[in-house]
Design a binder for this molecule. Structure first.
Ligand SMILES: C[S@@+](CC[C@H](N)C(=O)[O-])C[C@H]1O[C@@H](n2cnc3c(N)ncnc32)[C@H](O)[C@@H]1O
Length: 366
């Protein structure tokens, strides 16, 4: 059986959308990227049961190249391996099972690249961490494609997009075959963030996402927390129950108040993952996915964000004007969680028209 027949078989199984597998459009886009750039060495993070890998293999069949693909769940990788055999492309694939972050750190010899194209499609909240690991493995001129940028998964990649906007060695565009994704329709594109690596100046920085930042291990109660007004611009719950919020504050709000707001958000949310971004101007908020928007302006108005990572043992507050990162113990471990919610009024408290809620300082000032 050839690759096309095996792709058709997987699609006919009908679980393409529910398993987060690439649509035909996105798969074909990957194939085109490989064929048109002549990519011979491709790395995939998040094999699933192998549908995207088969599209990558279709491209590699033309260029004579090989695929290294990583998947955490053994049963999925077993299914993918069977598909590669059935499609006749198994010889061109190195399929590795395990946690991608651990595997990427341990890759050796030819498996360390340099790669011409990296396709990132595992846990979206880890994208920034995958990025730190794969950037040194990608050749200058190579392509980095992150999947699911135009669907609900987008919300888990806010930090990744912020990084793409700021990174001086990347040129990035969002690609998708549809501007509006038809929910559950496997023909719809879920979108790619396609980044072109322009130079290797920052390859030796161990964690680019913290490059140039001052990282401080803080105790939760040492972080100032004060009463400030804010406006909730948007709150999301995605398919996985992950939360993201976008909050607007007055320009010029002092640092301790911005950090205090982030701290309150961390204290009040109990989800295993969420992120809250604090902006002081609607321009930046409205242009958060627009790579044409001057990044200087974007970062001028993205004041801070609070981030609870699902797999790391800490919360983080990034205060952008000072490039300050506060690493906090996971606030889920802190016994006192206040009775009201950053995105809802405290019990008995009326919601204002603007969605402004006065914060109850006595609940969270140490
Ligand atoms: C969206 S699915 C991949 C779909 C596949 N790329 C396709 O289009 O056919 C994401 C996959 O990433 C895997 N994954 C998530 N986190 C991972 C991790 N930390 N390490 C390895 N695999 C991971 C999941 O088990 C899941 O199979």
């Amino acid at each position: 059986m050839g690759i096309d027949a095996e792709i058709s078989r997987l699609i006919a199984n009908g679980d393409q959308a529910s398993n987060g597998m690439v649509s035909g459009a996105d798969g074909t886009l990957l194939q085109i990227l490989i064929e048109s750039s002549g990519a011979k060495r491709v790395l995939e993070i998040g094999t699933g049961v192998g549908l995207s890998s088969l599209y990558l293999c279709k491209g590699l069949e033309k260029t004579g190249g090989t695929l290294v693909t990583i998947e955490g769940i053994g049963s999925k990788l077993d299914a993918a391996r069977k598909s590669f055999e059935a499609a006749g492309c198994a010889k061109s694939v190195v399929a590795l099972q395990g946690d991608a972050l651990e595997i990427l750190a341990k890759l050796e010899g030819p498996l360390r690249g340099p790669y011409d194209l990296v396709f990132s499609d595992a846990a979206k909240t880890n994208n920034l961490h995958y990025f730190d690991a794969v950037m040194p493995l990608l050749r200058v001129g190579g392509l980095l494609a992150a999947h699911d940028t135009l669907c609900a998964e987008n919300l888990k990649m806010r930090d990744y997009f912020d990084m793409l906007k700021a990174h001086p060695s990347l040129r990035t565009v969002f690609l998708g075959t549809e501007s509006i994704v038809r929910a559950g329709d496997p023909r719809s594109s879920a979108g790619l963030a396609l980044s072109h690596k322009l130079d290797d100046k920052l390859d030796n920085v161990k964690r680019w996402s913290w490059h140039g930042r001052t990282v401080v291990d803080a105790k939760f109660n040492e972080v100032p927390a004060r009463h400030i007004p804010y406006k909730v611009r948007s709150v999301y719950e995605d398919d996985y129950g992950s939360a993201a919020g976008l909050v607007e504050i007055a320009a010029g709000t002092p640092k301790e108040d911005v950090i205090g707001l982030c701290r309150q958000a961390l204290r009040e949310r109990t989800q295993p993952f969420f992120s809250i971004h604090v902006y002081d101007h609607t321009d930046a908020f409205d242009s958060r996915d627009d790579f044409e928007f001057p990044r200087e302006r974007y970062f001028k108005h993205l004041v801070a964000h609070a981030y609870r990572h699902p797999t790391l043992d800490r919360d983080e507050i990034y205060y952008h004007p000072e490039k300050l990162v506060l690493r906090l113990p996971k606030t889920a471990d802190i016994d006192e969680v206040s009775s009201h919610n950053l995105f809802g009024a405290a019990p008995g408290q009326p919601k204002s028209e603007l969605g402004l809620y006065p914060l109850l300082a006595h609940n969270w000032v140490p």
